[in-house]
Design a protein around this ligand. Structure first.
Ligand SMILES: Cc1ncc(COP(=O)(O)O)c(C=O)c1O
Length: 385
């Protein structure tokens, strides 16, 4: 039996996505830049997919750029914004709980002399809009804040940032890492006044190595990758056609099932929390409750247990979870997100992240709780001896 509860690290591609990728590799192998019919047909396909993704995001087709995924989109947005506005100022605002694809690029700029303000979060991982307002300066050029946190699921009030900026008369641009929100919770990048927004295919049951970036067409950024001028000159390099077609299929199905799957996952998460509370003591829920958290993510600390040990007990029984984010570490370092929440070492060491998908059933949760209960009891008996 395999119960996959690590859907924040990556998701299982849908069958239709796999079929679409195979079809793309087999049949649609023309280069979209070629002048002949084979190239033209592929180009047409790519443009249809761009159009569908734009319509899902409620933005214009020419505001979507394909990239190799969330990491590249975050890097491109941040670096292009800095390149464009470095004459206006060198101050950037972000949060302490961003993904490494944001934090590490900003760290690099910090070393080059940029001034970075890292907003604190409360014990549920939420920023304070007051602190944001106080942090904005005349030389602030960029505010980079993630929508949904990948370790605890906290949803930041992105829709308020533009209002705060207007109140301060600031021209700073807003970048949102949307990787864990895209296809999972309500999003409206243009309506919220976001300038750049990144997303990734493999978090929504699509392929790895493909994603995209929304760039508000009013802001006109310059590229950081140069070459054959693909993606309207912003991101050169022959297009990842199987990836784009797989992503297109994943978005098409996700859009159709969005509400149904979100409700289903919401039910699974609530049931999981209820059963956890009934069956296991000395636990602490690190994710915010209800609408302040993604229905897809739940972070729990099991006191007197080491997360890695519990992860392997569960794995032995076919249940797959994470201790912290799969892409930030191999689980050996303390999570910067849990540290920012102010959790004690004991709570951080005992933290496990459960990430759900539409494939999880109530029976999966019952089995997981049963194994969790046994494993936690066994580990505690050994460690508390
Ligand atoms: C919040 C967040 N941003 C960015 C990324 C990076 O995305 P990708 O794996 O597509 O590079 C991830 C991946 O885990 C993520 O969770």
């Amino acid at each position: 039996m395999n119960i996959y509860l690590d859907n924040c690290s990556t998701t299982k591609p849908r069958e239709e996505v796999i079929e679409e990728i195979i079809y793309a590799l087999r049949e649609e192998y023309g280069n979209p830049s070629s002048l002949h019919k084979m190239g033209f047909n592929v180009e047409k396909k790519i443009e249809e997919i761009r159009n569908n993704i734009a319509s899902f995001l409620e933005v214009n087709k020419d505001e979507i750029y394909f990239t190799s995924g969330g990491t590249e989109s975050n890097n491109m947005a941040i670096q292009s914004i800095i390149n464009k506005h470095n004459r206006i100022g060198k101050h950037i605002i972000t949060t302490k709980i961003e993904h490494p694809s944001v934090l590490n690029v900003l760290k690099d700029y910090e070393e080059k002399g940029y001034d970075i303000t890292y907003l604190k979060v409360n014990d549920k991982g939420l920023i304070s809009l007051d602190q944001l307002k106080r942090s904005i300066r005349e030389d602030t050029i960029l505010i980079a804040i993630m929508h949904v946190n990948n370790e605890i699921g906290a949803i930041q009030p992105i829709w308020e940032i533009k209002k705060v900026l207007k109140g301060k008369n600031s021209r700073a641009l807003i970048h949102v890492d949307g990787v864990q929100g895209f296809g999972k919770v309500h999003i409206d990048p243009k309506g919220w006044g976001v300038d750049t927004y990144s997303f990734s295919g493999h978090k929504i049951h699509g392929p790895k190595g493909i994603g995209g970036l929304y760039i508000n067409k009013e802001i006109k950024l310059n590229p950081i990758i140069f070459g054959g001028n693909q993606e309207r000159g912003f991101r050169s390099g022959t297009e990842n056609v199987p990836g784009i077609m797989g992503l297109g299929k994943a978005v098409e199905i996700m859009e159709k099932n969005f509400e149904k799957e979100q409700n289903q996952v919401n039910g699974i998460k609530s049931y999981f929390i209820k059963r956890l509370g009934e069956e296991i003591d000395h636990i602490h829920i690190n994710s915010p409750m209800n609408h302040k958290s993604s229905p897809y993510i739940l972070n729990v600390s099991f006191e007197y247990v080491r997360g890695e040990v519990l992860l392997h007990y569960l794995e032995d029984k076919g249940i797959y979870v994470s201790t912290s984010s799969a892409c930030s570490s191999r689980g050996t370092e303390k999570s910067h997100v849990l540290l920012a929440l102010g959790l004690s070492n004991r709570m951080i060491e005992g933290a496990i992240r459960f990430c759900f998908s539409y494939e999880n059933t109530k029976e999966d949760i019952d089995y997981t709780i049963e194994i969790l209960k046994k494993s936690v009891e066994e580990i505690r008996q050994i460690t508390m001896r």
